[in-house]
Design a protein around this ligand. Sequence first.
Ligand SMILES: [Mg+2]
Length: 138
Amino acid sequence: MSSSPVHLVREFHRAFGLDIRDVPTKVSPELAAFRGDLLAEEAAEVAEVSVKGPLDRLAHELADLVYTAYGTALVHGIDLDEVIAEIHRSNMTKLGPDGSVTRRADGKVLKGDHYQAPDVAGVLRRQGWVPEDEPDAG
Ligand SMILES: [Mg+2]
């Protein structure tokens, strides 16, 4: 299996006649809300089993959440793998040039002086997204 679930989720959407878009697109408020509700349900299931487990339930709900997130990206025409790569690029800039890591007391990795924010809009533009407030947005 490929390292990304994108092909699996696309197969699922094809098989069940769910929306698939190939260019980042604003969808109807009803569809957007429906996808948001699905994600909220799965996120709540992750939260429910995060502490009390059991571990197989946690693994199941984490997979459901990621699968649903990839499905939501597909519905909106977003290539989520490319967005994740950009988030990763940004996250890695939290590392100092000398390899140093700044942490908060609870262990959370903090942004250092060399941190670069992710350019998600740039990624979506390269995928063909035209923001609504731009003149050529049709
Ligand atoms: Mg679930």
